[in-house]
Structure formats: structure tokens, C-alpha cells
Design a protein around this ligand. Structure first.
Ligand SMILES: Cc1cc2nc3c(=O)[nH]c(=O)nc-3n(C[C@H](O)[C@H](O)[C@H](O)COP(=O)(O)OP(=O)(O)OC[C@H]3O[C@@H](n4cnc5c(N)ncnc54)[C@H](O)[C@@H]3O)c2cc1C
Length: 309
């Protein structure tokens, strides 16, 4: 999420904006947060209501952003807010310092997992932001936010692969040393085939993630592939972590072993940075609307017209 909150400045900031703020953000001194979702506008961010009203050479932000990772802890917030009523072209992007007057965070959500990371609603009660803190053009905020998510989805896919690999490694070690009917449970075909399916899921998720990442590194369009990677890797992580709990038997259901936590962490990956239903929407729209691989610009423009986040 910190990387996602740096993306807009790195890609769309002016030289002066980058010189002022990027070193601290990339140097690990400043923690960032990314404020796109609202309580009624998660999958459909173009429905957002948070407003940025122009006042002289500044903007005044008013509204609430839900589900903000690092909310209440961040040093700066990348905030998407409405500067006009145009659904997709009426959103702008701002870099708001945490100490701004009128900015506050609710107590963190009580989540199923990811307990090491605070998630909170952040409130903007007439927060004054200098015009020099707007990133990109007025009205460019949604394409900027969605471009960040393309890259973010590769990150989620990579995390999901690591999580699934961890669960497989633990399940394999347990299956080799835990015995029933006079032999290690890995010696029972029912368990061995489960492990084989887990290995196949982890391997194919990793390959899909790397193929998408290589396209990004090569400067090729990768939005569709990032959605596929996020979908494939997080579905694999959910299945593999659930099967890891199964292989541990009753012990898997206790907090004495890490696999129950892996399973809880996997669940959120099917939800954030675009639920897996939204990834299917993105992939199917590429299939239906694109004759050949369109340019990145075309993809981005099409994406802003549809639900994504
Ligand atoms: C732990 C955590 C951290 C988060 N961090 C951040 C953050 O830092 N910044 C941020 O901006 N957001 C963040 N989010 C928000 C996250 O991106 C949203 O929760 C997510 O996009 C889903 O939105 P929603 O919760 O409003 O669900 P909804 O959009 O209400 O969706 C509810 C259900 O309906 C389905 N659905 C909705 N529309 C469609 C459709 N068109 N077709 C098929 N199915 C559909 C969804 O897939 C889902 O299953 C975070 C969420 C969590 C849980």
C-alpha cells in the first residue's frame, strides 16, 4: 500500500513535486496511504462523494474514505476526490500531509486477519490542500488511481504466491512427520495428491504472476495480465491455505500453528485492490472489446469508464 501511495507522484508528479517529496517517501522515512474507496464506493470508485472544492489557489477537501490501510499511522495520504460532477473525469488526485488541519482517522477496523496493518476510515473535514499538492491534471484522478492498481495487483499476486508457498512448505513438512495407520500421512495417496494439487497451484500462480511482471518490465500493456495474475494467484492462495489447514487436521484449526493465519490472510487478497469478481469483469471486458492488444492509453481510458477498484 505504501508503494501504491507513491505511484502517482512518481509517475504523474512534476519534477518539482518529485524532488520535494519522493526521496522521503522512497527512503522509508515517510509512510503513505492510498484513499480511493468509500463505504458505498469500493468496486465502483467513480461513485465517490468526497469533494475537493477550489478556493483561490488551494482546494478544500470534505468527505470520508473507508478502508484506508495505514489510516491514522500514515505521514501522507494520496486522496482521490471529486472536483466536478463528471462521473469518471471529475476526480482529481491530491497528496495530503497527515498533519493537515481537519484530517482525522477513526479507530481501526476489527479485521479477520492482517492484524499487523491498521485499516481505518479517514475523515476530511474541510482540509485545506495547496494547489501545488494536486498530482496530474484536474479530472485525471481516476485514471491515475486505476493505473496504480494495475501495478498494485502484481504486488498482491506476488504476496499471494509467497503465502501459498509458505502454506505448502509447512503442510509438506507436517505431512512427512505426522503418522497415522503406521506411516507418515504423506504416504497416504489422499494426502499426497492434495499436496500435488497444492504444488501445481503454487507453480502455475507463480508463472502467471511472473509473466505479467515481465510484460510490465518490458514496457508492454499489462493491465489484463495483472488482473489475471491477481485472480489466479489469490484463488490459488485461498485453496492452498485451506488445504494446508486440512493436512494439519485438528492442529490446523488452532493458533499453535501458522496455517490458520495463512488462511485468514488469503481471504482478504480475494477482496482488496479489486475483488476477484471485478478482476473477472476487467478480463472479460478486455476479451470482448479488444480485437488486438490495444495501447496502454486505450486500456486506461476504457478502464476509467468501468468499475475497477
Ligand atoms: C483489509 C483491507 C484493506 C483495504 N485497503 C484499502 C486502501 O488502502 N485503500 C482503498 O482505497 N481501499 C482499500 N480497501 C477497500 C477494498 O478495495 C474494497 O473493500 C474492495 O474494492 C471491495 O469494495 P467493497 O468492500 O465496497 O465491496 P462492494 O463493492 O460493495 O462489493 C460487495 C460484493 O459485490 C461484488 N460486486 C460488486 N460489484 C460487482 C459487479 N459489477 N459484478 C460482480 N460482482 C460485483 C464484489 O465482488 C463483492 O463480492 C481495503 C479493504 C480491506 C478489506
Amino acid at each position: 500500500m505504501h508503494t501504491l501511495s507513491c505511484f502517482a507522484l512518481a509517475e504523474y508528479g512534476t519534477d518539482e513535486q518529485r524532488k520535494n517529496w519522493l526521496p522521503g517517501m522512497l527512503g522509508g522515512e515517510l509512510l503513505g496511504a492510498y484513499c480511493l474507496s468509500e463505504s458505498h464506493a469500493g468496486s465502483d470508485p467513480a461513485a465517490m462523494r468526497t469533494r475537493a472544492r477550489r478556493d483561490g489557489d488551494a482546494y478544500v477537501l470534505r468527505g470520508e474514505k473507508a478502508w484506508t490501510t495505514h489510516g491514522g499511522h500514515a505521514d501522507f495520504y494520496q486522496v482521490m476526490a471529486r472536483t466536478s460532477d463528471d462521473r469518471t473525469r471529475g476526480v482529481s488526485c491530491f497528496l495530503v500531509p497527515a498533519e493537515s488541519s481537519g484530517l482525522s482517522a477513526d479507530p481501526p477496523e476489527r479485521k479477520m486477519g492482517l492484524t499487523g496493518s491498521a485499516t481505518a476510515t479517514v475523515r476530511f473535514d474541510d482540509v485545506r490542500v495547496p494547489g501545488g499538492r494536486r498530482l496530474g491534471e484536474e479530472g485525471q484522478g481516476l485514471p491515475i488511481a486505476l493505473a496504480g492498481l494495475d501495478a498494485g495487483r502484481l504486488g498482491i499476486a506476488a504476496v499471494a504466491v509467497g503465502l501459498a508457498q509458505g502454506a505448502l512448505d509447512d503442510a509438506l513438512a507436517y505431512a512427512k512427520q505426522s503418522e497415522t495407520f503406521g506411516k507418515p500421512i504423506a504416504g497416504h495417496q489422499g494426502v499426497a495428491f492434495l499436496l500435488a494439487d497444492m504444488e501445481a497451484a503454487v507453480d502455475s500462480a507463480r508463472a502467471t504472476m511472473l509473466a505479467a511482471a515481465r510484460r510490465k518490465d518490458a514496457g508492454l500493456p499489462y493491465a489484463r495480465q495483472a488482473s489475471i495474475a491477481k485472480l489466479v494467484a489469490t484463488e490459488a492462495a485461498m485453496r492452498v491455505t485451506t488445504d494446508a489447514v486440512q493436512i494439519f487436521g485438528g492442529s490446523g484449526y488452532t493458533r499453535d500453528f501458522p496455517v490458520e493465519r495463512y488462511m485468514r490472510e488469503a481471504k482478504v487478497m480475494q477482496i482488496f485492490e479489486g475483488t476477484n469478481q471485478i478482476q473477472r469483469l476487467v478480463i472479460s471486458r478486455h476479451l470482448v472489446h479488444a480485437r488486438s492488444e490495444p495501447s496502454h492509453h486505450v486500456l486506461r481510458t476504457a478502464a476509467t469508464e468501468e468499475p475497477q477498484a
